[in-house]
Design a protein around this ligand. Structure first.
Ligand code: ASP
Length: 410
């Protein structure tokens, strides 16, 4: 009997962890499995996003439906991300993980080595690509989404003859991308084995102890969002048992955890939402690619909690206005964060800058946070992806679609 994919992935996770703990020296031999798998997935991301959004938007047809779907999508994204930020704010203020941290000099990673993001207005402006092919070549996902939406919309305005041709073309291209994706996903257990072994082997345990309270705070915040807020949203809008959804999405979550990348998980998320949840291609191809880039609840929570942690550690008292500014920038930072490993951490510079905490000590703290980022990144990616999938389910049902949950992935 063939084992279901999510069990295969679970087993690979356990095996990868055990391998890294038992044979740390041998990890470089299996780590390439993870690298190869990530490369394969990243290879499909740009064409998958482009074809799915263009065919999705062109298929929606009129601007009224598009506006309605877009409105719902953004309302959902903004609501869940703001809730996540509020949770980040509350738990960090309650637990005060920054009070009394002391970090040995040698444990710091130099922040100058980190690539810093542009300003908030920069991020917003850069959504408009100078050259869509260039954006595609660079993998600049926000710009690709922007161009694909307006291009898809333009298709709907063409005379029938042309719009049919282009629609057929993009639908066919999208099917081809999904077929390709489906075959790649079968390799997930091997990829996860390499990814997990490498992640476990790369963790320096001393640093974890020094900032354990900080990690605990983020973990508690993410857990509240993942186990309470998101299921509550799901129940509120679909009147269904959230467990059904979590069960159907199990392999997606495990994969998000192992890969630390919403973008790399996107192909699997789309396939699962269509095959196991019964969400139409029209909704999933619009909501999910956008969600993977724009809707990052876990990252939003993390930005807020992370900056508060730094402020606490440096003994900075934040005014209410400053906290509000932080919340808004944390939201924008989560929108602008690329859906790849550790992107969220780097965006913390934007939030720090917004409230003028730019001393070398603050940057050194970011270096410390980078040292322990991997497990937190894994968890916030799970939260990011779960929120996208719940959004897609809620929106599909609100569009009159029947959700047909199958409890297990194939
Ligand atoms: N790794 C996260 C994601 O892809 C982004 C982050 O670093 O917060 O969803």
């Amino acid at each position: 009997m063939k084992l279901k994919l999510h069990w295969q992935i679970f087993i690979a996770m356990g095996a990868g962890t055990a391998f890294a703990l038992l044979f740390p020296e041998q990890v470089p031999y299996i780590a390439p499995l993870g690298v190869i798998f990530m490369r394969l997935l990243r290879m499909v991301i740009v064409p998958l996003i482009m074809t799915s959004i263009i065919s999705g938007v062109a298929g929606i047809g009129d601007s009224r439906s598009l506006g309605r779907l877009g409105g719902k999508t953004f309302a959902y994204y903004a609501t869940t991300s703001m809730l996540a930020i509020l949770i980040g704010l509350s738990v960090t203020n309650l637990i005060q993980p920054g009070a009394g941290v002391e970090i040995a000099q040698e444990q710091r990673i130099h922040p100058d080595d980190l690539e810093k993001p542009g300003s908030v207005s920069d991020i917003l402006l850069r959504i408009i690509p100078l050259n869509p092919i260039g954006a595609a070549a660079e993998g600049d996902v926000l710009s690709i989404i922007f161009f694909s939406i307006i291009f898809g919309f333009a298709i709907t305005r063409l005379p029938d003859k042309h719009s049919k041709t282009l629609q057929n073309f993009f639908n066919a291209a999208f099917s081809a991308m999904m077929t390709l994706t489906t075959s790649l996903i079968k390799l997930a257990p091997l990829g996860v084995l390499g990814l997990i072994a490498n992640a476990v082997a790369g963790m320096g345990f001393d640093l974890f102890a020094a900032v354990g309270k900080y990690m605990l705070t983020i973990t508690i915040g993410l857990s509240i969002h993942f186990l309470i807020v998101l299921p509550a949203m799901f129940y509120l809008f679909t009147k269904r048992n959230p467990l059904v959804h979590y069960r159907a999405l199990a392999s997606v979550m495990v994969f998000a955890f192992s890969s630390s990348s919403s973008a790399a998980t996107l192909p699997l998320t789309m396939k699962t939402m269509e095959n196991n949840v019964g969400v139409s291609n029209k909704v999933s191809s619009f909501v999910l690619p956008m969600g993977a880039t724009v809707n990052m609840d876990g990252t939003a929570l993390y930005e807020m909690a992370g900056v508060l942690f730094i402020a606490q550690a440096l003994g900075i008292d934040l005014t209410l206005t400053q906290q509000i500014i932080m919340a808004v920038t944390a939201l924008l930072a989560s929108v602008g964060a690329a859906a790849v490993p550790s992107a969220g951490l780097v965006m913390i510079f934007i939030v720090l800058e917004a409230v003028n905490i730019t001393t070398p000590a603050a940057y050194a703290m970011v270096g410390v946070m980078l040292g322990v980022d991997r497990p937190l990144d894994m968890f916030r990616t799970v939260v990011n992806v779960t929120s996208d999938s719940i959004g897609a389910a809620i929106i599909a049902q609100s569009e009159g679609e029947q959700l047909t949950y199958k409890s297990t992935a194939k």
